[in-house]
Design a protein around this ligand. Structure first.
Ligand code: CS2
Ligand code: MN
Length: 356
């Protein structure tokens, strides 16, 4: 595996490449071009500039998170043809620049959903949290306000204000899209891009829906083992793979994370590893990465990744906000550096005990 940290670019991130480079074992970043619009092609020159900036700091781009998918592609409306053509152009340009892993998601309207971005824990740290009753009590448009008010002045990816303006329209556009339709539209998209992925050896890594169930009545498909195996089979190409995100699949306690990892051998192209602490099955918070601070057995998760021969990029996912840091919620430097170091430690121990 290659340990990485997500970096939101010098315009948006409070964490610098110089700081990331000093985290032991981190050689690469996961990043994206933040000023692009889903449906439009990325310019080669912009990709090159990003690459130059990262490489000048002694790091490399280990993959892109995300090249986002437009609503037209998810809904299957006529503009999807042009949007897919543009997506292919972006993939070609990334391939030409030697970038071979692309994370994306197929969630309608919302990316991840949390009800609190700064829940206080007994040790004074703050964390992202989810409470189903809080979701049931509000309207989707109110979500945008609460995210905005809570995000330390940063624009949260997936929660951009221009999407808020169109929220009612967006819900209307998805009204005839159920799970089956969403699967069909995903299949269509993947079939169109696979020849380009084959040509440039680009691993597509779909991120799970977070939380792994329907919110606000919208369809959600990337939620459990059955559905991801269905997705792998419907476009049976090794470049059609997944981002294994423990914190997203793990929102549903019925998902057996190590078992899911083992069943995806050869198709996990990217891993997000973090822990959750459940206070009840419908209330959880993003704890420290350490097993004993949350509900998951992080050793078993890392062991499963080791056992399937996972060699792609991995990153700690959301961290707690600690030591007075002010940063994009979930993406401060300190707790993610602790997370990376802990995951590296687990990996080293697993590796050594397997060689003896
Ligand atoms: C990320 C997702 O911060 C996060 O929760 O894991 O936003 C992820 O980047 C996207 O869903 C992938 O397209
Ligand atoms: Mn994730």
């Amino acid at each position: 595996m290659q340990m990485t940290l997500r970096w939101f670019g010098s315009k948006h991130d409070s964490v610098t490449l110089e700081q990331i480079r000093q985290v032991p074992g981190v050689k690469g970043v996961i990043t994206t071009l933040y000023d692009t619009v889903p449906g439009e092609a990325w310019e080669l020159e912009d990709i090159r500039a990003l690459k130059r900036e990262v490489e000048a700091a002694g790091l490399k781009i280990a993959g892109i998170e995300s090249v986002n998918i437009s609503d037209a592609i998810k809904i299957g409306s006529p503009e999807r043809e042009e949007h897919i053509d543009n997506y292919i152009k972006t993939l070609e340009r990334l391939g030409q620049e030697d970038i071979h892993m692309v994370c994306y998601n197929f969630m309608p309207v919302f990316d991840w959903t949390r009800t609190e971005l700064a829940r206080k824990r007994p040790d004074g740290s703050t964390v992202l949290a989810y409470n189903q009753a809080a979701i049931d009590a509000i309207k989707p448009e109110e979500m945008f306000d609460s995210i905005k008010n809570d995000s330390n002045g940063h624009v949260m990816p997936g929660w951009e204000p221009e999407r808020m303006a169109k929220i009612k329209e967006l819900f209307e556009m998805y009204k005839d899209v159920d799970n089956e339709k969403l699967f069909a539209n995903l299949k269509y998209f993947l079939e169109r891009i696979m020849p380009t992925c084959d040509k440039y050896d680009i691993n597509m890594a779909i991120h799970p829906d977070d939380p792994a169930w329907s919110v606000f009545g919208l369809p959600r498909i990337i939620i459990n083992k059955e559905n991801i195996l269905r997705m792998m089979k419907m476009v049976d190409n090794p470049h059609n793979g997944v981002t294994f995100c423990s914190g997203s699949y793990g929102t549903n306690l019925e998902n057996d994370l190590p078992d899911m990892i083992r069943s995806l051998k050869g198709r996990i192209h990217f891993a997000h590893v973090r822990n959750l602490k459940f206070n009840s099955p419908t209330d959880f918070e993003e704890s420290a990465h350490l097993s004993s601070d949350g509900t998951f057995d992080m050793y078993e998760i890392m062991k499963a990744l080791y056992d399937i021969g996972f060699d792609g990029p991995i990153r700690p996912d959301h961290g707690r906000m600690i030591w007075g840091e002010v940063a994009l919620p979930g993406y401060g430097l300190y707790d993610r550096a602790l997370g990376a170091t802990y995951l590296n430690g687990l990996w080293e121990a697993i590796e050594k005990s397997n060689k003896r």
